[in-house]
Design a protein around this ligand. Structure first.
Ligand SMILES: Cc1cc2nc3c(=O)[nH]c(=O)nc-3n(C[C@H](O)[C@H](O)[C@H](O)COP(=O)(O)OP(=O)(O)OC[C@H]3O[C@@H](n4cnc5c(N)ncnc54)[C@H](O)[C@@H]3O)c2cc1C
Length: 557
């Protein structure tokens, strides 16, 4: 925990040094002792402490100072730190003023100078006050704080990135400034330029990033953004279940392994609120938990996890060179593509414009708290939509699922259908599709077409989550890797046409299982043509692929 601050202020340098020395001697192990030579300089420190969210336990301030007097300083400082205890230092002649100050600035105590010996005249008073302060002091949040607007897509992306990378943060919604004193105080402290460039990310060490990119954020929260080595035996693109499994097996079997992930390890599974059908977890587990455990396991075996986006592939003899979004390139002998899929976009007026401002693709769990006591709409009829409905039903007043078909039985597991039926605040609207999203700066209403009555109805809505199938993340592979007409990567026997090997294939064997049309480039998980879209199958393929990688490496090296 950050040590709470004891701030002492006096314009007499000698007195200031003496009191600082005495405070440090007794309290330095538990508190941070800071000093200032004027009320104005002390206010600067107080503002910075507030911005960093550092707690202040005590102000010990001289009354007679040029500029701000002790009482005037305290009156300003307690607006930012109302719980801090206040002690006024006075000369004998000032005692009347000091007594008056007890009423005016809520001063807890006044001390006469000199206070020697401190064991008798200083420490007992301060001990008492600090004991009281500790008893009342609410445990404070000490991590990163994000100040922004609920309806801003940039704020959503930052929250989502931090949450999925398991970085604790506190969300401060600027729209609550009038009702939440903490948000109000923070807004008064930041400068005009920062107010115009929200979201603002404030780190405990005082660093403030305005509208940071995810890569800036990654760097500052301690994620690795640059490869440590120039060459790896195995590079994996994508950190979903398939990529993570391959990383764990690869590194545990002695391969120098790097895993490149552009958002957060866990992939789609990381966005699942409850996976109930993964072997070995009878009461289910959240995708976030699964991802966190897998990352720990991968790191333990020495996998290097890079927070970066792969943007291209280049071949150079036996080397496979991966281009990254920041222009860097890393080289490997075997490459495993595990880039999974992302949500298909819904094409209806208003949707693109309001994405991130009330409309989200996927379950966007970071938005759950904001939907408290509201109606939430979910489009989709597969397991992911069912899980999301169950998850939001714990927060929202009502969850309405809009399903295009007339039943869920072909698209959703029976256990989820049963759970939805039993949940009172979930309502399923069949034969329904979205035709338009409305709203100026954020989603305000949606128009829904019902195919059985052919009617269009408009419903007020603040939150809409779209989960309507998926498209593979393969554009970055250019025309080097063969795909089917929907973009899924072909591998093994699927590459053979009329008994012929793929174009350009030069080895005297057919492409192996999970191997693409380029020897040494393998594909696993949802991005593979013909894959079963499940966590377990991705994990299985990722693990199995590593033995094919070994077979391949035994011939090229
Ligand atoms: C909400 C939801 C609930 C689900 N529930 C279940 C369930 O209960 N049971 C079950 O078995 N399955 C479930 N699934 C399906 C399961 O999550 C997927 O089948 C599984 O995650 C696929 O794993 P994958 O590793 O192949 O790909 P993904 O999980 O899609 O991971 C791919 C990763 O690659 C990254 N990536 C993509 N392109 C690049 C690039 N160019 N550079 C760097 N990184 C890149 C992505 O950011 C992503 O992290 C669910 C899916 C969703 C969305």
């Amino acid at each position: 925990m950050t040590k709470p601050v004891l701030l002492t202020v006096d314009d007499d340098a000698e007195v200031l040094r003496a009191i600082e020395r005495d405070l440090r001697r007794k309290y330095a192990s538990q508190y941070r002792v800071l000093r200032a030579e004027s009320g104005a300089a002390a206010m600067e420190i107080v503002r910075e402490l507030k911005l960093r969210n550092n707690p202040v336990a005590l102000f010990l301030v001289d009354q007679r100072m040029p500029g701000l007097s002790g009482v005037e300083f305290m009156a300003q400082a307690i607006e930012l730190f109302p719980e801090a205890k206040r002690v006024l230092l006075t000369a004998y002649a000032d005692t009347d003023a000091a007594i008056a100050a007890i009423n005016e600035a809520g001063v807890n105590h006044y001390l006469l100078k000199p206070w020697d010996p401190p064991e008798e005249n200083l420490y007992p008073v301060i001990d008492d006050l600090l004991e009281d302060w500790l008893a009342e002091f609410p445990p404070q949040f000490e991590g990163i704080r994000v100040l922004g607007n609920r309806w801003s897509p940039e704020s959503h992306n930052i929250k989502d990135f931090l949450a999925r990378n398991h970085v604790p943060y506190q969300w401060l919604d600027i729209e609550t400034a009038e009702t939440d004193s903490e948000v109000g105080a923070l807004i008064d402290l930041i400068d005009e330029e920062e107010k115009q460039a929200l979201p603002l990310v404030i780190f405990p060490n005082g660093l403030r990033l305005r509208r940071p990119t995810l890569s800036d954020l990654a760097e500052n929260v301690g994620l690795r953004t640059r490869a440590a080595e120039a060459f790896y035996d195995l590079a994996i693109v994508g950190g979903g279940p398939a990529g993570l499994a391959a990383a764990v097996y690869g590194a545990s079997e002695g391969l120098r392994t790097v895993m490149v992930e552009r958002e957060a390890p866990g992939g789609q599974a990381g966005m699942s609120s409850r996976i109930e059908n993964y072997l070995g977890f009878p009461s289910g587990l959240s995708g976030g938990d699964l991802a966190r455990r897998a990352v720990v396991q991968a790191r333990r075996f020495g996998v290097e996890i890079l927070s970066a986006e792969a943007t291209g592939l280049r071949l150079d003899g036996p080397y496979r060179l991966l281009k990254l979004a920041d222009g860097a390139e890393l080289s490997c002998h075997a490459l495993l593509v595990a880039t999974g899929v992302q949500w298909r976009k819904l094409n209806a007026p208003g949707v693109e414009r309001l994405t991130g401002a009330g409309i989200y693709y996927g379950a966007a769990m970071t938005e759950a708290l904001s939907t408290k006591d509201e109606d939430v709409f979910i489009i989709g009829g597969a397991n992911s939509a069912g899980q999301a409905a169950m998850y939001f039903s714990k927060y929202a007043r009502r969850v309405v699922m809009l399903v295009r078909g007339s039943s869920l039985s072909n698209s959703m597991s029976q256990y989820l259908i049963n759970q939805l039926k039993e949940t009172k605040n979930v309502q399923i609207e069949f034969n329904s599709s979205l035709v338009e999203a409305h709203g100026e700066n954020h989603l305000e209403a949606i128009s829904i077409h019902c195919s059985s009555t052919d009617e269009v109805n408009r419903a007020p809505a603040n939150s809409l989550f779209i989960m309507i199938g998926a498209a593979p993340n393969t554009n970055w592979l250019g025309d080097i890797i063969e795909r089917d007409d929907r973009g899924f990567i072909l591998s093994g026997p699927d590459l053979m046409r009329d008994g012929k090997r793929p174009k350009g294939w030069q080895l005297d064997r057919d492409p192996g299982l999970l191997e693409t049309n380029v020897p040494g480039v393998f594909v696993v998980g949802d991005v593979r043509h013909g894959s079963i879209k499940r966590v377990a199958s991705g994990v299985g393929e990722g693990s199995v692929a590593v033995s094919f990688v070994h077979q391949y490496l035994s011939k090229v090296i």
